[in-house]
Design a protein around this ligand. Sequence first.
Ligand code: ITT
Length: 222
Amino acid sequence: MQILIATSNPHKVDEIRAVIGDAPVELLTLDALPNRIDEPVEDQDTFEGNAVLKARYYAKASGMLCIADDSGLEVDALHGEPGIRSARYSHTDGPRAQRDAANSLTLLKNLGDTPIEKRTARFVCAMALVDGRNTCDNDEPVAVVRGTLEGRILTIDEADDPAHPERGRGSHGFGYDPIVFVPDLNKTVAQLTPDEKNAISHRGDAVRKIWSNAERTLRVSS
Ligand code: ITT
């Protein structure tokens, strides 16, 4: 059995594969499809809305079982921003690493000298599974789940190089990982190994939930 993982973010694919990769299913990425599918416009105002929109769109376009996620960072002192706008918070174009750094810098600037106890934040990952293999056009999601990871945003002084606070601490992961500190582990998410991140992360949590749902309803592991 094949499942399409509908994302253009290679880091997400690696994280999803690490959680469910051993099961007897073949995980395909958008790059592995014979024909390129144009990206849909993510115009919903919730993570769940966009995850379902993407999963429906790619399931229909590919005729496959499809998993899609929409994720981001909610910062309490910024009233939940950047939220669903996490990927484009700084409105910077260019390669992913450059956009990630610009987003983190924008976030740190917007938070200014907000004290540590008010820098609370959480990663959110909504994930949807849609079965595009059926012929009766039923595109109701098989499952929609949410995973979260609580933390707080580093201060500029806590970064390894305060001249480049967007580099935060640590070199693993992607996106806002270097500036999101997990107090229980006394590390940023970028200081966690991939396995450590998967064990506690919003995406690891969502993948495990959607996977147990898929095994139950679709018997994907049998
Ligand atoms: P796809 O839409 O192709 O899946 P994307 O990276 O644009 O890829 P989203 O629209 O879900 O994904 O945007 C999520 C953004 O939120 C992402 O670009 C990061 O900036 C941030 N983000 C999400 N999960 C993260 C994680 O585990 N670690 C760090 N940042 C994360």
